[in-house]
Design a protein around this ligand. Structure first.
Ligand code: FES
Ligand code: FES
Length: 151
């Protein structure tokens, strides 16, 4: 089994895994970073969203062998103490219901704000439309992103 050197949340790791193992399972099963969730496994729901060099990426379909030197950020690494403006806005707007989709929602939103710090409502809806929420928290998500964008 090959060894891969990974940078996750600014820390270096070495993992042994089959080349086609999705990075989602490396994060969860090898590194015990279980904030990133498995939803559909076919890049359709967004629950598994991480950042790869800052870009929102579906980890469920991304083989560990394709990561190379790119830096991975998971929900655990978004801030050191849960004070990223989105995390604070999520609390202010009481966004989560069951919570299952929310790490992926926040990671997609964080990538949006990093590239477009003052998005319009329409831009938010467009950026977030690939992240599914079975509890239909969409309006709260949009309001929280707008709040975070004003900070
Ligand atoms: S679990 Fe990856 S997009 Fe659904
Ligand atoms: S909060 Fe339940 S699936 Fe989104």
């Amino acid at each position: 089994m090959p060894t891969y050197k990974l940078t996750v949340n600014k820390k270096k790791y070495e993992v042994n895994a089959d080349a086609d193992t999705p990075i989602l399972w490396v994060l969860r099963d090898h590194l015990n970073l279980v904030g990133t969730k498995y939803g559909c496994g076919i890049a359709q729901c967004g629950a598994c969203t991480i950042h790869l060099d800052g870009k929102a990426t579906r980890s469920c379909v991304l083989p560990v062998s394709s990561i190379g030197n790119k830096a991975i950020t998971t929900i655990e690494g978004l801030s050191e103490d849960g004070t990223h403006p989105l995390q604070e806005a999520w609390a202010t707007h009481d966004v989560p219901q069951c919570g299952y989709c929310q790490a992926g929602q926040i990671m997609t939103a964080a990538a949006l704000l990093a590239s477009n710090p003052k998005p319009t409502e329409e831009e938010i809806v467009t950026a977030m439309q690939g992240n599914i929420c079975r509890c239909a928290t969409y309006n709260h998500i949009k309001d929280a992103i707008l709040t975070a964008s004003r900070k």
